[in-house]
Design a binder for this molecule. Structure first.
Ligand SMILES: Cc1ncc(COP(=O)(O)O)c(C=O)c1O
Length: 367
């Protein structure tokens, strides 16, 4: 199979040490070696979330399981919830709230701006919400929210706060202990640079207390964080068969994060973000996110209507570079470059040169 450079917003490129584990002989999930590795995996996950004090979960699933687990574990039918949406994934979170019977409100910030903490404070003064959901980096728009400030408003109002960190954690500064959300989650295939197939979730003690004292039962078996808690405490506990190779590969990827150190990884991602933004600006393309909230993990920009597919195809065929198109209605007019994981500024720089040439030829979107 030919090897392309993945510059999509996840899954990201895998290092050879991570790939090796995907090809390892099948370990028994009940064996001592896997259980020791799982313990290690939880401890390394804590490092990446900066979660020393509270509960950490890792299990087979994807980012969407993180979204839905947060909702089913905290929200009962008829509860009022608020989602601050800065793109496609905010809308998905709102929709999941609706599916599970929440009286779900949404504030739609989808014009490229970030969620506004002052506006949130006012809303929390006038309406009693059970929980507020926010996306740290929305992968459709590349908008990066000021989660720390937003979480402070939630904490002042005493509401549960949930951060979708799928496109941020491990790539941009996030500190579970200091920012103090009630739930934050990510998925294995993004900034951590492991294969898809695992969800990583941190929760506060308040969430655990709430789940154990809920009047109405959690309406899910697999996505109940309460059901997963005993497995996290002792990997010998059986709930569902884990994707063993994926979890071992994730452990290796997390180890690599720790070896690099989180601080250096954040700095490298800032360089990747700055490099991409300076190139996109030099082509004259218009960014989707406003300039005060552009993420360091991916960059979304407009191209001429109808040209996105041709640009994507040309880059793959002629240069072995894979970038992503916009989601939903932006599919034909938006491109997204993922610049996270194990990518180096040098590798990205060469690729951006090719992307700039193709975009310039086939559909520069000076909107
Ligand atoms: C911000 C965000 N949230 C949630 C998801 C859903 O994750 P998954 O596709 O792993 O289910 C994604 C996927 O790209 C995402 O970018």
């Amino acid at each position: 199979m030919k090897e392309d450079l993945l510059l999509i917003p996840g899954p990201t490129n895998l290092s050879s040490r991570v790939r090796r584990l995907m090809a390892s002989p099948q370990p028994p999930h009940s064996g001592h070696a896997f259980q020791a590795a799982f313990k290690d995996l939880i401890s390394l996950s804590r490092y990446v979330f900066r979660n020393e004090k509270s509960h950490q979960f890792v299990f087979t699933g994807t980012g969407t399981i993180g979204m839905e687990s947060s909702v089913v574990s905290l929200v009962s039918r008829g509860d009022k919830t608020l989602t601050l949406s800065t793109g496609y994934f905010g809308h998905r979170m709102h929709h999941i709230n609706q599916i599970h019977g929440a009286k779900a409100d949404i504030v739609d910030y989808t014009n490229g701006s970030h969620a506004d903490p002052d506006d949130l404070r006012k809303r929390l003064r006038t309406t009693r919400y059970k929980a507020v959901f926010m996306t740290h980096v929305d992968t459709s728009t590349s908008v990066c929210n000021p989660v720390r400030e937003l979480l402070e408003e939630c904490s002042n109002a005493g509401v549960f706060s949930i951060v979708d960190g799928v496109c941020s954690i491990g790539g941009v500064p996030f500190d579970f202990d200091r920012f103090a959300p009630d739930i934050a989650f990510t998925a294995s295939q993004k900034a951590i640079a492991a294969p898809p197939g695992a969800v990583l979730i941190a929760t506060s003690q308040k969430v655990l207390d709430y789940m154990t004292s809920r009047k109405s039962p959690i309406e899910s078996y697999y996505m109940s964080l309460l059901n997963w808690k005993p497995v996290m405490d002792n990997a010998r506990t059986y709930l569902a068969t884990p994707a063993t190779q994926v979890l071992l590969a994730l452990r290796e990827a997390l180890l690599a994060v720790k070896e690099e150190t989180l601080e250096k990884r954040w700095t490298r991602h800032r360089q990747l973000g700055e490099l991409t933004r300076s190139k996109v600006a030099s082509w004259g393309s218009k960014f989707v996110a406003n300039d005060d909230c552009r993420a360091d993990t991916l960059t979304s920009f407009w191209v001429d209507q109808g040209s996105a597919e041709g640009i994507q195809k040309k880059l793959e065929e002629d240069h072995g570079i894979i970038i992503a198109r916009g989601l939903a209605e932006a599919r034909d007019s938006m491109l997204r470059i993922g610049h996270f994981g194990i990518l180096s500024p040098r590798r990205l720089s060469g690729a951006l040169q090719s992307i700039g040439e193709v975009v310039g030829r086939l559909g520069l979107g000076r909107k």
